[in-house]
Design a binder for this molecule. Sequence first.
Ligand SMILES: [Zn+2]
Length: 208
Amino acid sequence: MLPTVRAILANPRYTGHQVWNRQRTDHDLIDAANTTLGHRDVTRWNTTADWIISAQPAHPALVREADFIAVQHLSTARETAPGRIYLLAGLLRCGVCGRRMESRWARRRPAYRCRHGHTSATGPMPGRTPNTYLREDHVLPHLPALLLRLTHDDPDGAEPMALIASAAPLSPADAVAHLRSEAISLTYDPAASSLTADTPRAERITIG
Ligand SMILES: [Zn+2]
């Protein structure tokens, strides 16, 4: 995502809500080792938890709230280095051992892997179960379909679900926002190339 787009998506004003308290002014010592130098005022960003956001939209939205929420979840804790963003960080479990998959930057792409509890110190061993490995770009195109299933009231019927009736095509960002807001994780089964939600209906999609 382009930095400017991320900056816009990260600013709740673009969802149509008014926002206060995004910044604060700290009165810092110029040099902690030499207090005779006095103080200076430094403007700093507050964490998003401290922002005050109007309950009602103050002006028309430029960004859908679902996209905004998705980006907030990314930009707060999921950017391990500048430009290294893991949309699915924390959402994936390994179908081989059940552990949470770790974010892993590989070949300029976000990916996820599980070493099933082994560490690099033990090294690869003959006959060991291969690492589970999943590229993010192999998952994202399938997430809108998963979101449809997760939000469908009647999986066996033909009722249109509310989201279809209401809105624009679903995006992977919509799906990520839903997974995070509902605390749903997905278990990746490398043998079947499938992802299964840890929901009562265990919705499942096949990827790749
Ligand atoms: Zn594993």
